[in-house]
Ligand binder design. Structure first.
Ligand SMILES: Cc1cc2nc3c(=O)[nH]c(=O)nc-3n(C[C@H](O)[C@H](O)[C@H](O)COP(=O)(O)OP(=O)(O)OC[C@H]3O[C@@H](n4cnc5c(N)ncnc54)[C@H](O)[C@@H]3O)c2cc1C
Ligand SMILES: *[C@@H]1O[C@H](CO)[C@@H](O)[C@H](O)[C@H]1NC(C)=O
Ligand SMILES: *[C@@H]1O[C@H](CO)[C@@H](O)[C@H](O)[C@H]1NC(C)=O
Ligand SMILES: *[C@@H]1O[C@H](CO)[C@@H](O)[C@H](O)[C@H]1NC(C)=O
Ligand SMILES: *[C@@H]1O[C@H](CO)[C@@H](O)[C@H](O)[C@H]1NC(C)=O
Ligand SMILES: *[C@@H]1O[C@H](CO)[C@@H](O)[C@H](O)[C@H]1NC(C)=O
Ligand SMILES: *[C@@H]1O[C@H](CO)[C@@H](O)[C@H](O)[C@H]1NC(C)=O
Ligand SMILES: *[C@@H]1O[C@H](CO)[C@@H](O)[C@H](O)[C@H]1NC(C)=O
Ligand SMILES: *[C@@H]1O[C@H](CO)[C@@H](O)[C@H](O)[C@H]1NC(C)=O
Length: 633
């Protein structure tokens, strides 16, 4: 049922299409910025960026702004500015548009009744920031300090070290005073910046029930209301969306870091619809990038372009490991089986794969519901939809300024499992780290998992580290939880019989570590407590899925295995920033171990997930990386 509702929410997006019908301007493709033909390429660039996505376009903007370096961005997807990219209403319209995304099946998941999971991501200029749900969230202080802890106490990968880059990455627009008062929203602009061309803002209205849903967390012991979503604290809070409040269009890596600017920058070239196959390494140095037209099915027309200074991998957590492995930078055994000549034995490439499981809590229906309008009016009530369209057309206000979600709770284990959290952490901490990784895992990868186990156990004990996220939509039906810090680790590996053109083999290894089930079994009673034992009780909530009769742990487990999706589209970790003896792929400057002139700047460097969704963090990493690169160049 919750899944059905999820897809229903997506169909809403199609209903709204007409509201934002493309103007001729929207179809204008500024060809002067994009090289028309590969023949227009220069033979060499200072920097070549593989993947024009969230991180790739952020870095490209920063590297070209001083005009001293030449930069080429190679992107597999198209330039696309249609309403499915730009529309705010509903959030993430591009998700099921096959011209904007990749979409293939994962390896069947043994822990999930052998279901295969659809692996999705953005494949356009702008990457996943062009198709995502627009929710703008930051993790907790502990998350960023934990990343630095893998290198020691002096690392500047820390909350303090990243805060300036969170500020640089986002231009924050507070909610209107009326809206903030009406909904008791807390915010503090001092955690944000106001210079970026990537905007974070609020809609002009919210669904009324959200006020009561947010207040209901007061009725649960231990839930804090931090001063701002960007304060690095766990609790219940409101957060902005990646929307330009002036135009009320999606604000993303392309609109903020590419549109208009490279017309004025002769040192900045972009080539779309090109698939990078591999990086050529000469001696010890990454020297050039080999690519084909995105439509090609073999390598006969492959082209090569040289990088004078650096090649920067920014193809995202699913494709960065594929390209590295196909270039001979990966686990020795895998490369041998695939017939790829070894360049560097890098066992961490494609291991340590993580995403945040979704659909892991019961859903409820408020059968007494004195609120109007609500989220479902936008899907089901034709009168309401017509009024909303008219209002948006008139002055770009109203329900069509609402994207996917703006509030909820991000809670620590202590709050959701007050009686059993210590036992859960103790069981986790005493695990043999090798027991839950693939049986042939490299020693360094096991050591890294061990280091994460220690650090994550500490976070699990912290009152300020969120594992549980209930995100609220504002309808008579609600209850969608995301598990923020799974302990299971998957793999992304090239297809051994077709490394270049077949999608990589993605294995979430969902629920392979029993701690995940330990934690998830607490999500169900806690979510019931939120709906049934707080002020929400007065709305007479009735449980829809899995159903109030499903209470025995074995029954909850069976339900989880049949519905859980091991992804919220937040893949990370496949080229982790960790020390090399811990299976790390890149160092603290994001340089690949064992190869000169090669860096990774995208979500794959994230060693373990933050207690939030990922886009805000990816932008901050990219801003920091740009400074690191300029310092050396
Ligand atoms: C549907 C969806 C919804 C999401 N919702 C949210 C949300 O609401 N809030 C949030 O915080 N996060 C959300 N996320 C996650 C967030 O958007 C990502 O974590 C982030 O954008 C990843 O950035 P990246 O730079 O690592 O990769 P991307 O932005 O995905 O960029 C990678 C780029 O590389 C290109 N590429 C790949 N392979 C090749 C190749 N061989 N040659 C050339 N180019 C290549 C791709 O086409 C793509 O453009 C969502 C993601 C998705 C997919
Ligand atoms: C994208 O579309 C929007 C809205 O239609 C328009 O305002 C903007 O100029 C377009 N951007 C580009 C680069 O074409
Ligand atoms: C999953 O597939 C494996 C291998 O094919 C099989 O042994 C197992 O019984 C299947 N499990 C379920 C729950 O169907
Ligand atoms: C932008 O932020 C700076 C520093 O916090 C502040 O001094 C300035 O007033 C802000 N400008 C606007 C337009 O909000
Ligand atoms: C790829 O194929 C599509 C559809 O046939 C076409 O529209 C597009 O121009 C092609 N792109 C390239 C780079 O050849
Ligand atoms: C949910 O509650 C609404 C009233 O808010 C009611 O109209 C609807 O029938 C209920 N749906 C289910 C499935 O119980
Ligand atoms: C649909 O929306 C209209 C306009 O807001 C409202 O008057 C009406 O009561 C709604 N219908 C239902 C069934 O909720
Ligand atoms: C791997 O590639 C081969 C050859 O293209 C293909 O037949 C096979 O289905 C691919 N395997 C997976 C898991 O995609
Ligand atoms: C719960 O009730 C539903 C509907 O009556 C039934 O199909 C299901 O088997 C029951 N589940 C359990 C665990 O009792």
């Amino acid at each position: 049922m919750s899944l059905f509702r999820f897809f229903l929410a997506v169909t809403l997006l199609h209903l709204l299409d007409a509201a934002n019908a493309d103007s001729p301007a929207a179809r204008y493709i500024p060809r002067s910025k994009i090289l028309d033909k590969t023949d227009d390429l220069l033979p060499e660039y200072d920097f070549i960026i593989i993947g024009g996505g969230t991180a790739g376009l952020t870095v490209a903007d920063r590297l070209t702004e001083g005009l001293e370096y030449s930069v080429l961005v190679l992107e597999r997807g198209v330039f696309q500015n249609s309403s499915s990219v730009t529309t705010v209403a509903g959030g993430g319209q591009g998700l099921f548009d096959p011209t904007l995304t990749f979409n293939f099946n994962s390896v069947p998941q043994a822990g999930l009744n052998n279901r295969s999971i659809a692996v999705y991501g953005g494949m356009i200029l702008g990457g996943s920031s062009g198709v995502n749900g627009m929710q703008v969230l930051r993790g907790q202080k502990e998350d960023y300090n934990r990343w630095g802890s893998y290198f020691g106490p002096s690392s500047d990968w820390s909350w303090e070290g990243l805060l300036p880059y969170f500020k640089k990455a986002w231009n924050f627009h507070p909610p209107s005073v009326e809206l903030a008062n009406e909904f008791d929203m807390k915010y503090d602009a001092s955690y944000w910046g106001n210079t970026s061309n990537v905007h974070a803002s609020f809609p002009t209205m919210f669904w009324p029930v959200l006020k009561m849903q947010m207040a209901a967390f007061q009725d649960i012991p231990g839930v804090d209301y931090p001063p701002d979503s960007g304060s690095g604290k766990a609790g219940a809070y409101w957060h902005p969306a990646s929307v330009d409040p002036g135009t009320v269009l999606r604000s993303f890596a392309r609109s903020g870091h590419w549109d208009d600017i490279n017309l004025e920058r002769p040192n900045y070239h972009t080539l779309t619809e090109q698939r990078v196959l591999k990086i050529a390494v000469q001696g010890n140095r990454a020297t050039s990038v080999i690519f084909v037209s995105a439509n090609a099915t073999d390598q006969s027309q492959a082209k090569s372009v040289k990088a004078r200074k650096e090649i920067i991998m920014a193809a995202g957590s699913i494709h960065t490991p594929q390209i590295l492995q196909a270039s001979g930078i990966g686990p020795k055994k895998l490369l041998k089986e695939a017939g790829v000549p070894l360049v560097v034995d890098a066992p961490g490439v494609g291991s340590n794969f993580q995403d945040q499981p979704f659909v892991v809590a019961p859903t409820f229906n408020f059968t007494t519901f004195p609120f109007h309008p609500d989220f479902y009016d936008m899907i089901l009530n034709q009168t309401f939809i017509a009024e909303a369209r008219a209002q948006f057309k008139k002055d770009r206000t109203g329900p069509l300024t609402v994207s996917s979600g703006y509030c909820g709770s991000w809670l620590p284990l202590q709050v959701i499992a007050p009686e059993s959290w210590e036992d859960i952490v103790e069981r986790y901490e005493s695990q043999d780290p090798a027991a839950y990784l693939p049986s042939n895992s490299d020693k360094a990868v096991i050591a890294g998992y061990r280091a994460q186990q220690k650090a994550l156990a500490k976070s699990m004990r912290s009152k300020n580290s969120a594992l549980y996220n209930l995100f609220l939509r504002g309808g008579y039906e609600d209850g969608s939880a995301v598990y923020l810090h799974p302990t299971s680790r998957g793999t992304v590996q090239i297809n051994r019989s077709d490394p270049f053109f077949s999608p990589p083999e993605v294995d979430y290894r969902a629920l392979s570590n029993p701690t995940d089930l330990d934690v998830l079994l607490k999500f169900t009673p806690f979510t019931r407590k939120y709906f049934l034992e707080t002020r929400l009780r007065t709305l007479n909530p009735v449980e829809l899925t899995p159903g109030a009769n499903v209470t025995a742990p074995a029954d909850i487990e069976a339900w989880l295995r049949s519905v859980m999706i091991p992804s919220s589209f937040h893949p990370v970790g496949t080229a982790a920033m960790m020390p090399r003896h811990l299976g790390g792929v890149v160092d603290e400057e994001l340089l690949v171990y064992g190869v000169q002139g090669l860096r990774v700047v995208d979500a794959s460097v994230i060693p373990d997930l933050p207690g939030s969704y990922t886009q805000q963090t990816v932008y901050a990493i990219a801003e920091k990386a740009a400074d690191l690169i300029k310092r050396r160049a």
